[in-house]
Design a protein around this ligand. Structure first.
Ligand code: FPP
Length: 249
């Protein structure tokens, strides 16, 4: 559903120059909860509602790829109850939303390192998401137990194995070979990275893939980020001149 504000923002978009891939660092759930004197998990729950809004608008605008950073390899240093709360929230979201995502023709994938994750958890996620894999609309990628350096390390290990077995020669290594060994191998690189809550950091997020991404930082905390903020980020993106290291002339 679009309100008048969102419709009038959307009308300002150039439909021919929408990004193929938007990736979001959803930050500020903790601060949002603190402002309300509530536990951090209350903020993450509100964050899951914002996820719903953003997935909806991405679908309405027919964007091909949306990636959300839900749990990083560094998040293991958080308090145990927050970690287990985030795990439960993810499962709850998948249980509640996959039928709806299916109806909306969304392909849902969880991307990250399987290391440290229990086989039962991995199986659960696999079973909950697989029914969306034959869909053809928005590709929604949720990064869970994801870290950019970990991903590159895994790719380097795989390349080393391939060289050892003779399947690959060292002089065949190029950026395409590396991209194809990342967790994101079948996706275009993000054109636009959004970070909420005002932090000016990449925080180990898609460090290889975001090499040429435009970055939009908003002070809005993630639970307050909705459709209007998403369209504003797209408008900011469309105002940029992308040069990819050239002069743009
Ligand atoms: C960062 O805020 C947010 C996270 C580490 C978790 C993101 C998770 C969700 C939005 C909910 C579940 C996701 C899905 C896909 C259903 P923070 O806690 O670092 O905030 P702070 O910097 O204000 O403390």
């Amino acid at each position: 559903m679009m309100t008048d504000e969102i419709r009038s923002l959307t009308e300002q978009l150039d439909p021919g120059r929408l990004p193929a891939h938007v990736a979001i660092i959803m930050d500020g759930n903790g601060r949002w909860a603190r402002q309300r004197h509530r536990p951090r998990l209350y903020g993450h729950r509100a964050g899951a509602k914002a996820v719903r809004q953003v997935v909806e608008i991405a679908g309405e605008l027919h964007l091909p790829h949306l990636t959300l950073y839900a749990f990083s390899t560094e998040n293991w240093s958080r308090p145990r109850d927050e970690i287990s709360g985030l795990f439960s929230l993810l499962i709850e979201y998948l249980k509640k939303e996959t039928d709806e995502l299916n109806r909306k023709n969304v392909v849902l994938r969880l991307i990250g390192s399987p290391a440290q994750l229990k086989p039962e958890f991995l199986k659960r996620i696999h079973d909950l998401t697989r029914k969306t894999w034959n869909n053809t609309g928005l590709h929604l990628n949720v990064l869970f137990n994801y870290g950019g350096r970990q991903e590159i390390t895994d790719a380097v290990r795989q390349i080393a194995e391939e060289i050892k077995s003779g399947a690959l020669a060292p002089d065949e290594i190029n950026s395409g070979i590396i991209s194809q060994r990342l967790y994101t191998k079948d996706m275009p690189d993000p054109d636009l990275v959004i970070r909420t809550s005002g932090e000016l950091r990449l925080s180990n997020f898609l460090v290889w893939q975001a090499a040429y991404a435009e970055i939009h930082v908003t002070p809005v905390l993630w639970p307050d980020f909705g459709k209007a903020e998403f369209v504003k980020a797209l408008l900011d993106y469309q105002g940029r001149q992308r040069r990819f290291g050239g002069t743009g002339e």
